[in-house]
Design a protein around this ligand. Structure first.
Ligand SMILES: Nc1nc2c(c(=O)[nH]1)N[C@H]1C(S)=C(S)[C@@H](COP(=O)(O)OP(=O)(O)OC[C@H]3O[C@@H](n4cnc5c(N)ncnc54)[C@H](O)[C@@H]3O)O[C@H]1N2
Ligand code: MOO
Ligand code: MG
Length: 635
C-alpha cells in the first residue's frame, strides 16, 4: 500500500459532491474475551486482522490511520499514521472517533469513515454507501446497518462535529450510537450474507469461524473471495461503487524480474529506486565562458590562466584568485573558482579578461546534486516507466531495474454474427471490431496480450476456449453476450460456473458488465456494443489490470471546459459522451450517443462525463472533459 501519493484532501468522490473521506481503523479496545492483547494483531489467513482491514479500507479512502493506544512499535512498520486517543482513560470507540476526527482535521479533510479492527469482511463498498446514505438523507452522520443490526463503529463522521463530540465525552457520553442519533444519522443498508459483512471476532471460536470462511484455496487468487460479488442485488451500482469494489478485490499477481534500461520502457517498477550518484555529480558550468572566484573580482581585468576545462577533460590545476580559466558547458568547475561568465559578456586580450557585465556569485554553474542528491529516492514502485523515467534512471547511474513481469491478458470475442474484416460478409454478419480494439488497448497499457480469437454462441465451445486460455493467463477480456438475452452465452456460462457477478452499472454506455473468475483467472465480460466495450475498458479494465500488473489504480484527471454543445440529460446513469476539444478550448460532443456507432470513437479524443442526476447543458456551461490519454491511451 502506498499512501503518500493519495493524500490529497481536495479529491472529490467520483459519484458526488463530498470529498473522499479519510479512514480510521479503531483498535483502541481491550480484547478481554480473547484473553487480552491486541485483536488487530491476530493472524487470519497468513496476515494480521489489521492487514485485512487496512487492505479493505485503503482503496476506499483518501488516507488511512490506525487509532490505537500504547506502544505503537508493537504494530511493526506500517505505512499509515497511528493516532492515540486524545482524551485520557480509554473512553471506548467515541474517543477513537474523536482522535480520528482531530487527525483528519489537521490534514484538511472534511469526513472520516471508521471501521473496527476486528471485522475483517466488512463491505468493499462501505465508504461510497455511507457517503450516499448521508447525502441522500441529508444527515451529517451515516452508520452501517445489516440484517444483524446497526454497526456504529462503521460510520461516516464529519470533522465539523468534533467539538460537539469532545464536549459530549467531557460530559460523560460513552455510547456512539446514541450520540450519533442525537446529531442526526442516516443508515446505509448492506444485504444479508454469510457470514454477515460485519461479523467481528470476539472469541477464539469467532476466529476459528473466520479462518474456516477464508477457504485456503481462495487465498491464492488475485481476488478477495467475496469482493466480486454483485454490488447491488437489485438496481444499478454507481460507477464509483463498482470501481471501489473492483479495486478492493484485486491484488498484484505478477512476478519480478530485472531488466536493463533498453527494455525498461513500458514496464512497471517493482521496487523503489534511489540515485546511485548525484546529478550533477560535481559542480559544472552551464555556459561556454570563463570560470573564476567571485570574491576575487576587483573591477580590474582578470588574468587568464593557461589551459581549459571541457566536458570530459577537466582542468587539473588550481585557478589562483584574480585569475580566470577558459571553460565550456558541462565542464567541471576547476578548483579555486565558483562562478562562470558567459563568453558573450567578456573581451579577452593580451592574456587578460575584461567582464562587460558582472555575473552574480555562482552564476552559470550547476552545483553538485542540484537536480538529484545521491541516495535520494528517484522513482517509486508501481510507477510505469516511460522514456522520461528511463532517462532519469540513466542520469543517476541506475542501469538495471526490478520490474514486474508483464501481465498476461487474453482477448476473446463472442457471437455467431462475427466474422473477420477480410471476409466477404453477409448483411447479417458483423466484422469483429472489438477484438483488435481491445488487443490494442491492452498492449498499449504494457501487458502481454494473447489473441484468443472468436467463439460462436455455443456454450461448449466457449467453455473449451476459456479452459484452454485460463491456463497461461492472468486475466481474460471478453466482449459480447454480457447482457440478459437468450443468446448472451458468456453471461449464462459464467453464471453456470457459479463465480459470476453480473454487475449492472449506472453507466451509459456500458450498463452490463460481468466480473467473474474462470479457473481462478479474473474474467472481465464487456458488453458487445463497441462503444460500451471501449468505455467499460477505460473505466474498469484499465485501472484493474494496472493494479494486477503491480501498478497503481489510476484515477483519471479531468479538465473543466466550457461546453460547445446543448444537451438535456435524464436522471439515471452516469454518462460518458464521446467528445473532443476544439482549438478555442471548448469541448464538443459526437452527434450521437448510440453505443454501436464506433466512428465516434475515432472522431473523439476524450469523454465528457455527466453525473447520474438530470442536467441541462447550454453552450458555455462548465463540463468535465476526460482526455483518452488519462486512460493510458496514447492516441
Ligand atoms: N433486454 C435488454 N437488452 C439489452 C440490455 C438490457 O439491459 N436489457 N442492455 C443493452 C445494452 S445497454 C448493451 S450495452 C447491450 C450489451 O450487449 P451484449 O454484451 O449482450 O452483447 P451482444 O448481445 O453479444 O452484442 C451487442 C451488439 O454488439 C455487437 N458486437 C458484439 N461483439 C462485437 C464485436 N467483437 N465487434 C463488433 N460488434 C460486436 C453485436 O453484433 C450486437 O450488435 O445489450 C443491450 N440489450
Ligand atoms: O449501456 Mo449500453 O452500453 O448503452 O449500449
Ligand atoms: Mg446481448
Amino acid at each position: 500500500m502506498t499512501h503518500a501519493d493519495r493524500t490529497d484532501p481536495g479529491r472529490a468522490l467520483p459519484g458526488g459532491a463530498m470529498k473522499q473521506p479519510f479512514g480510521v481503523i479503531l483498535a483502541g479496545g481491550q480484547a478481554r474475551r480473547m484473553g487480552g492483547g491486541d485483536k488487530a494483531l491476530l493472524q487470519l489467513g497468513g496476515q494480521t486482522l489489521l492487514a485485512h482491514v487496512a487492505e479493505r479500507l485503503e482503496p476506499q479512502v483518501a488516507r488511512l490511520a490506525l487509532n490505537a493506544n500504547g506502544d505503537p512499535a508493537r504494530f511493526g512498520p506500517l505505512d499509515f499514521d497511528i493516532v492515540p486517543d486524545s482524551v485520557a482513560g480509554q473512553s471506548g470507540p467515541l474517543a477513537g472517533v474523536l482522535a480520528g476526527l482531530d487527525w483528519a482535521a489537521a490534514l484538511g479533510a472534511d469526513h472520516v469513515v471508521t471501521v473496527a479492527a476486528d471485522t475483517p469482511f466488512f463491505p468493499c463498498d462501505l465508504v461510497p454507501r455511507l457517503v450516499l446514505a448521508a447525502e441522500t438523507e441529508g444527515q451529517p452522520i451515516a452508520l452501517a446497518r445489516s440484517p444483524e443490526g446497526i454497526h456504529p463503529t462503521f460510520g461516516l463522521w464529519p470533522v465539523a462535529l468534533r467539538e460537539a463530540l469532545r464536549q459530549a465525552l467531557a460530559d460523560g457520553t460513552r455510547k456512539l450510537r446514541a450520540w450519533a442519533a442525537e446529531q442526526g444519522a442516516a443508515f446505509a443498508d448492506f444485504p444479508a450474507q454469510t457470514p454477515d459483512a460485519f461479523f467481528n471476532i470476539n472469541t477464539p471460536d469467532d476466529l476459528a469461524a473466520a479462518r474456516a470462511h477464508l477457504a485456503p484455496a481462495d487465498a491464492a487468487t488475485p481476488l478477495a473471495a467475496d469482493c466480486f460479488a454483485e454490488p447491488e442485488a437489485q438496481g444499478l451500482a454507481s460507477v464509483a461503487e463498482a470501481q471501489a469494489r473492483l479495486r478492493a478485490s484485486l491484488h498484484p499477481v505478477t512476478g519480478i524480474e530485472t531488466v536493463g534500461l533498453a527494455e525498461a520502457a513500458g514496464r512497471i517498477l517493482a521496487r523503489d529506486v534511489t540515485a546511485r550518484r548525484a546529478n550533477p555529480p560535481a559542480t559544472n558550468s552551464a555556459m561556454d565562458g570563463y570560470a573564476f572566484a567571485h570574491a576575487s573580482l576587483s573591477g580590474a581585468p582578470l588574468k587568464l590562466t593557461e589551459g581549459r576545462s571541457a566536458a570530459g577533460a577537466p582542468f587539473a590545476g588550481t585557478v589562483p584568485p584574480g585569475h580566470a580559466l577558459r571553460i565550456f558547458t558541462g565542464a567541471l568547475l576547476p578548483v579555486g573558482t565558483d562562478t562562470v561568465v558567459m563568453q558573450e559578456n567578456t573581451t579577452a586580450e593580451g592574456g587578460h579578461l575584461t567582464l562587460t557585465a558582472a555575473p552574480a556569485p555562482r552564476a552559470n554553474t550547476r552545483p553538485t546534486g542540484e537536480d538529484v542528491a545521491e541516495g535520494a529516492s528517484v522513482l517509486a514502485a508501481t510507477r510505469r516507466l516511460g522514456p522520461r523515467e528511463v532517462g532519469l534512471l540513466a542520469a543517476v547511474g541506475v542501469a538495471k531495474v526490478a520490474v514486474r513481469q508483464r501481465l498476461r491478458v487474453g482477448v476473446l470475442s463472442t457471437g455467431d454474427e462475427l466474422v473477420a474484416p477480410d471476409t466477404d460478409a453477409t448483411p447479417g454478419q458483423t466484422f469483429d471490431a472489438n477484438r483488435p480494439m481491445l488487443i490494442g488497448m491492452a498492449a498499449g497499457w504494457g501487458h502481454a496480450v494473447t489473441d484468443l480469437g472468436h467463439v460462436p454462441d455455443d456454450r461448449a465451445a466457449l467453455r473449451a476456449r476459456l479452459d484452454e486460455a485460463s491456463a497461461g493467463l492472468d486475466a481474460i477480456l471478453t466482449s459480447g453476450g454480457a447482457s440478459v438475452g437468450d443468446e448472451d452465452h458468456v453471461s449464462a456460462l459464467l453464471r453456470e460456473a457459479g463465480q459470476v457477478a453480473q454487475w449492472r452499472v449506472a453507466l451509459k454506455p456500458g450498463k452490463p458488465l460481468l466480473l467473474s473468475q474462470w479457473r481462478r483467472v479474473p474474467v472481465f465480460g464487456l458488453p458487445g456494443n463497441s462503444v460500451s466495450a471501449f468505455t467499460t475498458a477505460c473505466l474498469f479494465v484499465h485501472p484493474a489490470l494496472s493494479l494486477m500488473a503491480g501498478g497503481a489504480w489510476s484515477e483519471p484527471r479531468g479538465l473543466t471546459l466550457p461546453a460547445g454543445f446543448t444537451l438535456s440529460k435524464r436522471a439515471g446513469r452516469r454518462a460518458f459522451l464521446r467528445a473532443r476539444m476544439r482549438a478555442d478550448g471548448t469541448v464538443e460532443t459526437f452527434r450521437s450517443d448510440s453505443s454501436g456507432m464506433i466512428s465516434g470513437l475515432a472522431w473523439a479524443d476524450g469523454f465528457v462525463e455527466l453525473p447520474e442526476a438530470a442536467c441541462e447543458i447550454a453552450p458555455g456551461d462548465p463540463v468535465r472533459y476526460l482526455p483518452f490519454t488519462e486512460f493510458g491511451l496514447s492516441a
